[in-house]
Design a protein around this ligand. Structure first.
Ligand code: ASP
Ligand code: MG
Length: 401
């Protein structure tokens, strides 16, 4: 088999840990696999480099930031290759450029455009383990670029896609994706399998395991990901295309997003174009709007509500203030959160949403807004009931079973 393994910052967060990774890589190699290993910088290293730059400048050049930040991953790649060689496992470290990772021109948040796997393939033929510095590539001007925070996951998925690898194993200090946050519900269970779409909807649950952008890319390229811990032998969670039989499970997980704020606009003049104007202005300010509700109007006036990330509330207030001629009144509420019930089984079963609503009702939790998609029911509720809602929903769908 051809396996791409990716080790995150914590997994390579010290020399002893790099030695542990080398053991794992050596073992997989001895089992007869071809291996490409993508590594992150040692944990804390990228932040430290950013801090170094800030000593000199509040607005360092983004090109130089890429020169600086890409070095963290090169250090780990070279150290791992040295450790492997010392164990008698032939290995070679490569930068993003040497690995053929071409990106667009945007420094510090570049997108991968294509991968030329020839150099990697040559070294595989030579029997070597290839260790690729994650998080970086090269643009058409020959400049080093980086892929945005957490971008080593993206490197791994892209390399796995280009090589048509049999698997892409992503190692961190968490042993997989859980049905909900175990810090909120200790009965949360590790999932064996989850589809790309569910994983994207449950992004907050997977945040410590996988960068969301890499899940999108895996879906696009059809790369099967296995999320595992480098500190245990546990099986991990497979993230892949939806499989037959998955719809038998009603719900896969419950996510909680506390970073929500609600904006309510009252007595909005109901004329064509008003929603377009309000939401265009918000979009121009890069404010991400999530749920939107508009009520049936009466007397030419309507009410509208929507949610945004809490951190964007102040900017939203300023922008919407500009509409005071068209809007009778506005309130802003930071004390809300979003609870989401996610599962592909919803497509073929009825009553999933009803069970969510009645579960919250039984606990006297008022639902302030609702939005649904094919595989998700999200509810905005008072922030102080968020964790209670997660636990009671987890119970109601028997996710601990
Ligand atoms: N070292 C980079 C970061 O900390 C990339 C990564 O770890 O995936 O964001
Ligand atoms: Mg990471």
């Amino acid at each position: 088999m051809l396996i791409v393994q990716k080790y995150g910052g914590t997994s390579v967060g010290g020399l002893d840990r790099i030695a542990n990774v080398a053991e794992r890589v050596a073992r997989a190699k001895k089992e007869g696999n071809d291996l490409v290993v993508v590594v992150s910088a040692m944990s804390g290293e990228t932040n430290k480099l950013i801090e170094y730059a800030s000593y000199f400048s509040k607005t360092p050049s983004r090109r130089e930031m890429d020169m600086l930040l890409s070095s963290g991953e090169r250090v780990t790649a070279a150290l791992l290759a040295i450790a492997l060689e010392e164990m008698g496992v032939p290995a070679i470290a490569m930068t993003g450029r040497q690995a053929g990772i071409r990106t667009d021109a945007s420094h510090t948040f570049a997108r991968i455009e294509e991968i030329d796997p020839a150099a990697i393939q040559d070294e595989i033929k030579n029997g070597k383990v290839i260790v690729v510095a994650g998080f970086q590539g090269i643009n058409e001007h020959g400049q080093v670029t980086t892929l945005g925070r957490g971008g080593s996951d993206l490197s791994a998925v892209a390399v796995a896609g280009a090589l048509h690898a049999d698997a892409c194993e992503i190692y961190s200090d968490v042993d997989g994706v859980y049905t909900t946050d175990p810090r909120i519900e200790p009965k949360a269970k590790k999932m064996d399998f989850i589809s790309y779409d569910e994983m994207l909807e449950l992004a907050s649950l997977g945040a410590k395991v996988l960068q969301s952008r890499s899940v999108e890319l895996a879906k696009k390229l059809g790369v099967k990901i296995v999320a595992k811990s480098s500190f245990s032998e546990a099986e991990g969670t497979i993230i892949a295309k939806e499989q037959e039989g998955m719809e038998e499970v009603l719900v896969s997980g419950i996510a909680l997003d506390k970073n929500q704020a609600r904006v309510t606009l009252r007595k909005v003049v109901d004329r064509p174009g008003i929603a377009a104007e309000i939401f265009t202005v918000l979009a121009n300010e890069q404010i991400n709007v999530d749920m939107i509700i508009q009520n049936a109007s009466s007397d030419g006036m309507t009410n509208m509500g929507f949610t945004i990330p809490q951190s964007e509330l102040e900017r939203a207030k300023k922008v919407i203030g500009g509409f005071n001629k068209d809007i009778g009144g506005m309130d802003f509420d930071e004390n809300v959160c979003k609870v989401s019930v996610v599962g592909v089984g919803m497509r073929s079963h009825s009553g999933v949403a009803a069970l969510a609503f009645s579960t919250l009702a039984k606990n006297n939790i008022n639902i302030e807004m609702i939005s649904t998609s094919e595989i998700k029911v999200s509810m905005i509720i008072n922030e102080k009931y968020g964790e209670l809602a997660v636990r009671t929903l987890h119970d109601a769908y028997q996710l601990d079973k």
